[in-house]
Design a protein around this ligand. Structure first.
Ligand code: MG
Length: 256
């Protein structure tokens, strides 16, 4: 099942579900009790929003060995965690805005896990019971600021630095899915999720040993090798096999 959030000109944001190229409304809470209404709106006619409004956006750094190496980093013994703020979220088709403070903004194509129920100290063996579904994220990064600052908050946290979507797929097997990233027709990243250093169950166990995970939280599971610069006028398209494609244009922040 594909769950999404959308809005139309005269109606507030709401959850929907996708059947072929038609969207039906979700009546109720997709993380709890709900029913699916008949699909009757063409998906091309509505504005898709980020498919969830998460309480937390938890990110994992350096979870693919080849990416850690391309930036000159050692492979960590424990997952490297950081947050992105809710204000960094944008939906499919919304522009990534290059801020004037950075000269080096880069894409990071990632598989995102959407948590489905609350838990702390979740064991790896039961971790998949806490997963609602999966979507696609772009962990957009101001690499120069990430390097120059003590923490990654500024380099990872600008508005529009977390494109997410286009929808959540609840029936997806994350074990060996191909992630690709194209920037304006040129292939930048291609790898399988099987190359993650820390598996999704291990990430959920590790993160939930620190903080309570709640329904709607998302975990960005790290990017494979091939990250590169974004320029004004580019278009970034990230595809995860079995999930779909997340596409966002890139524009400079003028007049700042
Ligand atoms: Mg990342």
């Amino acid at each position: 099942m594909k769950i999404l959030r959308f809005e139309t000109e005269y109606r507030a944001p709401r959850y929907g579900w996708l059947y072929e190229d038609l969207v039906g409304e979700v009546d109720g809470d997709p993380f709890g009790a709900f029913r699916r209404l008949d699909p009757d709106v063409p998906v091309d006619s509505i504005r898709l929003l980020p498919p969830v409004a998460p309480g937390k956006i938890i990110c994992v750094g350096r979870n693919y060995a080849a990416h850690a190496q391309e930036l000159g980093n050692e492979i960590s013994e424990m997952p490297v965690l950081f947050f992105k703020p809710g204000t960094s979220l944008i939906g499919p088709g919304e522009p990534i805005i290059l801020p004037p403070q950075s000269q080096q903004v880069q894409h990071e194509a990632e598989l995102a896990v959407v948590i489905g129920k609350r838990g702390r100290w979740i064991q790896a063996e039961e971790a998949m019971d806490y997963v609602f579904g999966y979507t696609i994220a772009n962990d957009v990064t101001a690499r120069d600021l990430q390097r120059s600052d003590t923490t990654w908050t500024r380099g990872k946290g600008f508005d529009t630095f977390c494109p997410l979507g286009p929808w959540i797929e609840t029936a997806f097997d994350p074990a060996d899915a191909l992630i690709t990233c194209h920037v304006s027709e040129s292939l930048r990243q291609m790898a399988s999720t099987r190359d993650m250093i820390f598996s999704i169950p291990r990430l959920i166990a590790f993160i939930s040993s620190v903080m309570t995970l709640e329904s709607g939280d998302i975990i960005l599971t790290g990017t494979p090798a091939g990250v590169g610069d974004l320029q004004d006028g580019d278009t970034v398209s990230i595809t995860v096999e079995g999930l779909g494609t997340l596409t966002n244009p890139v524009v400079s922040e003028h007049g700042a």
